[in-house]
Design a protein around this ligand. Structure first.
Ligand SMILES: Nc1ncnc2c1ncn2[C@@H]1O[C@H](COP(=O)(O)OP(=O)(O)O)[C@@H](O)[C@H]1O
Ligand SMILES: O=P(O)(O)OC[C@H]1O[C@](O)(COP(=O)(O)O)[C@@H](O)[C@@H]1O
Ligand SMILES: [Mg+2]
Length: 330
């Protein structure tokens, strides 16, 4: 049994920034692990806005029943402009003191961690982050909460698009989420047999895209799917579709933007297990006196990464995956 060397009596948990499937499972894990170790737990609703406006609820082990399988976040999430100000954060600190909260678990992305670390430095309130975002763009963990679920949602949708693409000999541009990161695009593209995959991390040119189409024509392909990450630098899906149609008037070109369906749904096994492990790790980390770190999973082991590193560094796109995608699209 882990020791509560840091004498934590009460933990506050909140979800912040873009929601992702698995956040509920992480809340449940933090609450149940706290209870297991004899620590009280409070939920803060609406992210940092809830901390500023005293939206605090007591959470016991039974109050998180029926949560592990649900998408979204029961505590709700927010993007709080007020928390970006010193005044906002000092109001938030008053709430923390009023409820005798000793430490915070922040489930969110890089922005939420930036807020958490500033708060910790200004107000001395320990916190541990749990990476929750579908984009998988946080350093210090192989996977973020929601990424696996989002990938499965995307693959399910593109499989369906393939049916009509094949039936009508169409070219589909499918936009997936990833404001700055191509993890969803690259992996879903491989999993769905895309002709080409465009991601922000790679410098793509329209000529490269056209040469993919030329190759496809030569090889006798009759339909194609091109997966495009939202943050792709070459241009948005509508422009890409327009340029393609100008170059190949004979193509029946269609665009699908998958949008927010990628953010919802019941979390996959991988996300539920990840959330469960990271929730326990965050509670045990706080008990052991850790703060200003993110609990992540690397090679199936729990790893605590300094929050500054988690925010500033980036997981590199695996070049091998790009090669696999290139080889298999021939
Ligand atoms: N520099 C900052 N100072 C204080 N709070 C911040 C800062 N950056 C982000 N935050 C807080 O974290 C919230 C979530 O950040 P955001 O970037 O929207 O999402 P995510 O955590 O998913 O990356 C912001 O709305 C804000 O309240
Ligand atoms: O409509 P919203 O909430 O801005 O969400 C869109 C964003 O969600 C994301 O999938 C994840 O964003 P977060 O960093 O906030 O988790 C981005 O790729 C996308 O731009
Ligand atoms: Mg972010």
């Amino acid at each position: 049994m882990s020791k509560n060397t840091n004498k934590i009596k009460k933990i506050g948990v909140l979800t912040s920034g873009g929601d992702s499937p698995g956040m509920n499972a992480a809340i449940r894990s933090v609450v149940r692990a706290s209870n297991y170790y004899g620590i009280e737990c409070s939920g803060i609703r609406m992210g940092y806005d809830g901390l500023i406006n005293d939206m605090v609820v007591d959470l016991g082990p039974r109050s998180v029943r029926n949560l592990i399988n649900r998408g979204g976040t029961e505590l709700k999430s927010a993007r709080s402009e007020e928390f970006r100000t010193v005044e906002g954060r000092s109001k938030a600190a008053e709430t923390v003191k009023k409820h005798n909260i000793d430490a915070l678990v922040v489930i969110g992305g890089d922005g939420s961690f930036t807020g958490g670390t500033i708060f910790q430095k200004e107000q001395g309130i320990p916190f541990i982050g749990i990476p929750g975002t579908i984009d998988n763009d946080i350093f210090g963990t192989d996977f973020t909460l929601g990424y696996d679920t989002a990938l499965n949602t995307v693959v399910d949708a593109i499989d369906k698009i393939r049916d009509t693409a094949t039936s009508h000999n169409r070219v589909f541009f499918v936009e997936v989420m990833g404001r700055d990161a191509g993890f969803i695009a690259l992996n879903s593209g491989i999993a769905t047999g895309a002709l080409d995959i465009l991601i922000p991390e790679q410098k793509d040119s329209i000529e490269d895209l056209f040469s993919s189409f030329e190759n496809a024509k030569q090889k006798g392909k009759t339909s194609s799917i091109v997966v495009v990450a939202e943050g792709e630098k070459l241009g948005g899906v509508y422009d890409l579709a327009k340029f393609t149609k100008m170059k190949y008037p004979e193509f029946d070109v269609k665009v699908t933007v998958l949008g927010h369906i990628q953010r919802g749904g019941s979390p996959t096994v991988a996300d539920r297990v990840l959330a469960s492990r990271l929730g326990v790790a965050a509670v045990e980390g706080l008990m052991a006196g850790k703060s200003n770190v993110m609990a992540g999973m690397q090679s199936s082991k729990i790893v605590f990464t300094p929050i500054e590193e988690a925010i500033k560094k980036h997981n590199e796109i695996d070049k091998d995956l790009i090669k696999v995608a290139d080889i298999l699209s021939t």
